[in-house]
Design a protein. Structure first.
Length: 133
C-alpha cells in the first residue's frame, strides 16, 4: 500500500497487535513512532537489538489501522503464498473480466511466522518473486 495513505484522516497505529485494546491505537506521527519504539510490551516484550532492521517495526505484529476501504489506486502490489494461489487469483480476475494492474508477488515466507521470525533475527527481508516474470 502506498505510504501516502498513512497520513489520511482516521488512520491509527498500534505498536503491537491491535487486538490488545483501543488505548494502544494512536494517530499521526506519535502513533507511527510507536511502531519503532526501543521496547514494545504486549503479550511479550520486544526490544530492538543491535542489527534490528530500521525498516522493521519492533513487534512483528504492529499494525496500521485504516478506516473504511483502501482505494485500488493506493495498492502497489499483491503478495500471495504460492504460485498455485497466484494462478488461481489471476484466473478469477480473468473470469471477472478484471485486471490486477500492479505486481503480483509470491512469498511463502511472508505467510509463515517461523520463517518471518528467523528472517527478522537475521535482519533479512522475506524473499519475493514477481509471478509470471
Amino acid at each position: 500500500i502506498n505510504v501516502r495513505g498513512l497520513s489520511a484522516e482516521g488512520v491509527l497505529f498500534s505498536g503491537r497487535n491491535a487486538a490488545g485494546g483501543a488505548r494502544i491505537h494512536l494517530p499521526g506521527r506519535v502513533g507511527f513512532d510507536r511502531l519503532y519504539e526501543h521496547t514494545v510490551t504486549g503479550n511479550q516484550t520486544w526490544t530492538r537489538m543491535a542489527g534490528h532492521p530500521s525498516w522493521l517495526p519492533t513487534d512483528m505484529q504492529a499494525e496500521v489501522l485504516v478506516p473504511g476501504s483502501i482505494s485500488l489506486d493506493s495498492v502497489t502490489g499483491v503478495v500471495v503464498k504460492s504460485t498455485e494461489v497466484a494462478a488461481t487469483f489471476l484466473a478469477q480476475l480473468r473470469a471477472a473480466k478484471a485486471s490486477l494492474g500492479v505486481p503480483l508477488l509470491v512469498s511463502a515466507a511472508m505467510f509463515d511466522r517461523y520463517q518471518v521470525g528467523r528472517l527478522r533475527a537475521g535482519a533479512m527481508r522475506p524473499r519475493e518473486e514477481v509471478y509470471g516474470a
